[in-house]
Design a binder for this molecule. Structure first.
Ligand code: CMP
Length: 146
């Protein structure tokens, strides 16, 4: 089982498509093990996206991500990092494969509704960036019927 980090970005909340995004992950059998709403500070956004510092899209990206609240979550499932990225689709919605979340709902490559960690190493860093270990829930043995 793998854990990965997803950020539902401010544009998704503004468009009221949060439920659709979460339903998509649940239907693909991913389990939510941590979840919260955060207004990411400018400093935190700069740190989170530090690998992009200096690129022409960095400043507007940081502005956008700290403009309004995001929903951050940890999803657990088999091969979660790669699978979640596949479900999200290409960063640029114009290039995103049909049926992916970004193809369906994103406006452009800044307002692209969600972020998903791009490797196991990033997933580990990003989960720790937003959550302490005691905020991550373990579901073993808890199965509920309708
Ligand atoms: P995300 O998955 O959050 O990771 C880095 C973000 O930078 C990416 O999604 C995009 O929102 C943004 N990004 C990457 N490339 C570009 C680009 N060419 N123009 C604008 N934003 C970009």
């Amino acid at each position: 089982m793998e854990r990965t980090l997803v950020i539902i970005k401010p544009d998704a909340l503004s468009k009221k498509i949060v439920g659709k995004v979460i339903t998509t992950f649940e239907q693909k059998d991913f389990k939510i093990v941590a979840f919260k709403m955060v207004l990411v500070s400018r400093e935190k956004a700069e740190e989170f996206y530090q690998e992009h510092k200096g690129k022409e899209f960095y400043e507007p990206l940081v502005n956008f991500m700290s403009s309004n609240p995001c929903l951050v979550m940890v999803l657990e499932g088999e091969n979660a990092t790669q699978k979640i990225r596949d479900i999200a689709g290409n960063t640029d919605p114009q290039k995103a494969e049909e049926g992916t979340l970004r193809e369906l709902y994103a406006q452009d490559n800044r307002h692209n509704i969600l972020h998903a960690a791009d490797s196991l190493k990033s997933a580990e860093r990003e989960v720790k960036f937003f959550f302490s270990e005691n905020e991550i829930h373990h579901w073993e043995g808890k199965i509920y019927k309708k």
